[in-house]
Design a binder for this molecule. Structure first.
Ligand code: AMP
Length: 418
């Protein structure tokens, strides 16, 4: 399936230029569906998780609408409000607004608890078009009379399910009393349960419902294989898979930019037409590489996770992971590149024993076992390949993964520039 371009979504040239500079070639599925709805002024309920491009899905059309509306430069009342559950998310959304909004002349600010209120009040005095806030601190500001929401036209709930989980319902109710009823409301949530539907009935008028495939489920038509292989034979095996088995064109994943560059070069030496695709490339270079891949002149595109986000390449049948990603959800994202639009996809991961904890995390996220196989002729040297102790049960496996996710930042520890 291929999605509309940003131009087709009728975003202004200013925003389109920013997106080009950021290297966003195409809208992600949630963006392709949410942007036209929001621009048309409709309410929206969207089921979308982090990593789907959901932030840009509401920030871009909001910026567009704010730019189009006549504004009073001297007063600058708050016209758009994004409510988020946590301080971290406030900062993330604020950064996105700054990134996408460069050159628009629009202003934004953020308010969250746990820091001095005075500095935030100063920032608000200058007037802001778009405010990002956690509910509790926003109420404090309203009680102090530091701001008014009387001119608000657009209200967004980001990660609404977490907001409910964290017990923000009372604050939300109090806030709604100070917000004009005649407004556009957008509700974004990773999960949609009964509580959320109850909230949506209070908040939304005739909303459009959008659900994009959650990241942690994989389409049934993707065959997943894990080949156990010695680290120093991975290059030989992937060369064999591409050249002899004919698994081309393939999207090959590397954990780091340097790794992607090196692998693309090595494959080139082995006679495979391969190019790297990552964040160090200029916009022009990225477009050229993508064009070549889409045109079928490349046999392998060697990408990092971040660069591959939002890539929509149709008719992709093969994804090959040189190793498991550090972040388990990235695995789901990677293999989701294949098996689209009814095609059967094949996702191969080359596995060496030191990646056993990563395999375990991926299995916990997928809630399924990924049995290791040997590829004939590339069997691991068993004197080096220590059998890994397998967990006793799925529950233990999940518990361990959860502990790792909550406790130490083991996933981040090994992360290089992606
Ligand atoms: P989010 O789901 O909002 O957390 O976004 C996940 C990541 O995808 C962010 O790092 C964005 O910069 C990136 N992203 C969002 N939209 C696109 C796009 N259309 N093309 C490429 N990357 C994107």
């Amino acid at each position: 399936m291929s999605f509309a371009s940003f131009a087709e979504l009728t975003l202004s040239p200013r925003l389109q230029q920013t997106l080009r500079e950021l290297g966003y070639a195409q809208p992600t599925p949630i963006q392709a569906r949410a942007i036209p709805t929001i621009l048309a002024g409709r309410d929206l309920m969207a089921g979308a998780q982090t990593g789907t491009g959901k932030t840009a899905a509401f920030v871009l059309p909001l910026l567009e609408l704010l730019m189009q509306q006549p504004r009073d430069e001297s007063l600058r009342p708050i016209r758009a409000l994004v409510l988020v559950p946590t301080r971290e998310l406030t900062v993330q959304v604020f950064d996105s607004v700054a990134r996408y909004g460069q050159g628009t002349g629009l202003t934004s600010a953020l308010v969250y608890g746990g820091v001095s209120i005075a500095a935030q009040v100063d920032a608000l005095k200058a007037g802001v078009d778009l405010l990002i806030a956690t509910p509790g601190r926003l109420l404090d500001h309203l009680r102090q009379g530091a701001l008014s929401l009387g001119s608000l036209r657009h209200l967004v709930f980001d990660e609404a399910d977490r907001m409910l989980d964290m017990g923000f319902m009372d604050e939300i109710t109090a806030l709604l009393r100070q917000i004009p009823a005649d407004r556009q409301t957008l509700l974004f949530s990773a999960t949609c349960d009964d509580n959320l539907f109850a909230l949506s009935r209070v908040l939304l008028r005739d909303p459009e419902l959008i659900e994009v495939a959650p990241r942690n489920t994989t389409a049934a038509e993707i065959e997943q294989r894990v080949y156990a292989v010695d680290g120093d034979r991975k290059l030989a095996l992937i060369t064999h898979l591409l050249k002899v088995k004919g698994y081309v064109p393939a999207l090959v994943f590397s954990r780091t930019r340097q790794g992607a560059d090196q692998l693309a070069q090595q494959l080139g030496k082995a006679g495979i037409n391969a190019l790297a695709f990552h964040g160090d490339l200029s916009q022009g270079a990225r477009e050229k590489v993508l064009l070549a891949f889409r045109a079928g002149t490349l046999q392998a595109l060697v990408a990092t996770d971040v660069a591959a986000r939002g890539l929509d390449i149709s008719d992709l049948n093969h994804v090959i992971n040189m190793e498991f990603p550090f972040v388990a959800e990235d695995y789901v994202h990677r293999i989701g590149r294949t098996g689209r639009a009814g095609n059967k996809g094949l996702a191969i991961t080359l596995f060496s024993p030191e990646d056993a904890p990563l395999l375990e995390k991926v299995e916990a996220v997928l809630d399924t076992r990924l049995p290791q196989q040997w590829f004939p002729g590339f069997e691991p040297d068993l004197s080096r390949f220590e059998p890994q102790p397998r967990r006793s049960s799925k529950a233990a496996q999940k518990q361990r993964a959860r502990k790792q996710a909550l406790g130490g930042n083991s996933a981040k520890a090994g992360k290089a520039k992606r």
